[in-house]
Design a protein around this ligand. Structure first.
Ligand code: SF4
Length: 368
């Protein structure tokens, strides 16, 4: 039997008052988040958009300080559009998935230049903007503009899979889950309903230990009735992330500056700053060959220990080499001098360095 076919009779579990029950719960229990407006106040599309972009792939806890700093510095989409990209990337440093920051800036400029500083209100228009996919478009349209759109991310997929006891595994069940989520969405208060689903997934219908006993939807939940809550949604087993390795070169000039290089615009950590390194491969080349990739000639020595970092698709282990060089040292061909700059140590904190490179700098500069 297809999953949709199995799910349809369960709509009777989603009793007609599922939406009302959820909203009633949310009116009492909603999370107080800095991007949310008090009940009865109209949300600001800029704040909704900014928070939704930051929340992609990131936790609420990690996002809050970034959101507050961004909003204090760039209180409107016009202010963000007018900011240099470098400053936006530097303010984003540490939040990860840096393409989001580049698209954030591109989108702000487009809104300011081509849309008169106002976000389009329809999800079908929002989804055409840089960095806005179907989930984010639906979230902005529902929350900021009241469109009866249903944003469906991993959290909402989990809640819906349980409410309707969808046993087909992800990702094949995604269309079914989107369809079922849409079937629950009320035409009034669609934005509140979306946020209520988000909050239910974050606070009660959690991945490992759902709190069914205090859940407002318990009576409507097929997975709870069938004792399947902790098993759903089903997912294929995760493949192990492969390991890549490399050598990173922390070059410290006698004037107290450190050599950083801008990464290419496209690809991983695009446009962010880095400590120059060898390519990240499955295995290290012989040491004399790896050291030829150093960005300056000098006495390179290995800093004990390694720096490790986990990206979405691989784990990285870097050995760190360090050298102190005279101020007038020339860069080698391998450094790609056009992309390099010497940055004072005191300015490293505010540089657009992603987390992995912050670890490399800290490891490379620590006192031995
Ligand atoms: Fe999730 Fe349990 Fe509530 Fe069902 S009853 S929605 S499984 S918390």
């Amino acid at each position: 039997m297809s999953n949709v076919a199995k799910a349809q009779p369960s709509v009777s579990w989603g009793r007609p008052d599922t939406g009302a029950l959820l909203l009633e719960w949310w009116d009492r229990e909603r999370r107080d988040l800095p991007w949310r407006t008090p009940a009865g106040c109209a949300p600001d599309a800029y704040r909704v958009w900014l928070s939704e972009i930051m929340l992609q792939q990131t936790t609420v806890k990690a996002v809050i300080p970034y959101y507050e700093r961004f909003l204090a510095r760039w209180p409107t989409v016009a202010a963000l559009a007018a900011a240099p990209l470098d400053e936006v990337l530097a303010a984003w440093a540490g939040l990860g998935y840096y393409t989001r920051a580049r698209n954030l800036h591109k989108c702000a400029k487009l809104i300011a230049d081509a849309h008169g500083g106002r976000f389009p209100s329809a999800s079908s228009e929002l989804v055409k903007l840089p960095g806005i996919g179907p989930y984010t478009a639906a979230a902005i349209a529902a929350i900021a503009f009241g469109e009866a759109a249903t944003p469906v991310d991993g959290n909402i997929e989990r809640v819906v899979a349980r409410l309707f006891a969808v046993t087909a595994p992800l990702p094949a069940s995604k269309p079914t889950l989107r369809h079922l989520a849409a079937s629950l969405t009320p035409s009034a208060r669609a934005g509140d309903f979306a946020q209520a689903l988000m909050d239910l997934g974050a606070s009660l219908c959690t991945p490992k230990r759902p709190s069914c006993l205090v859940c407002p939807l318990q009576m409507s939940c097929a997975a709870h009735a069938e004792g399947l809550a902790t098993e759903l949604p089903r997912k294929p087993a995760k493949a192990d992330r492969p390991l890549r390795v490399g050598l990173a070169f922390v070059a410290l000039r006698e004037d107290g500056t450190v050599l950083l290089r801008r990464r290419p615009e496209a690809g991983l950590l695009g446009g962010m700053l880095e400590v120059p390194s060898t390519e990240w491969r499955d295995a290290l080349p012989p040491l004399d060959q790896a050291l030829r990739a150093a960005p300056v000639h000098g006495q390179w020595w290995a800093v004990p220990g390694t720096v490790t970092h986990t990206f979405t698709h691989f784990r990285l282990e870097l050995m760190i080499y360090r050298a102190v060089v005279p101020t007038e040292t020339a860069l080698t061909f391998w450094a790609d001098p056009q992309r390099c700059r010497w940055v004072p140590r005191r300015a490293l904190d505010s540089a657009a360095l992603p987390s992995v490179m912050r670890k490399v700098v800290a490891h490379g500069l620590r006192e031995q």
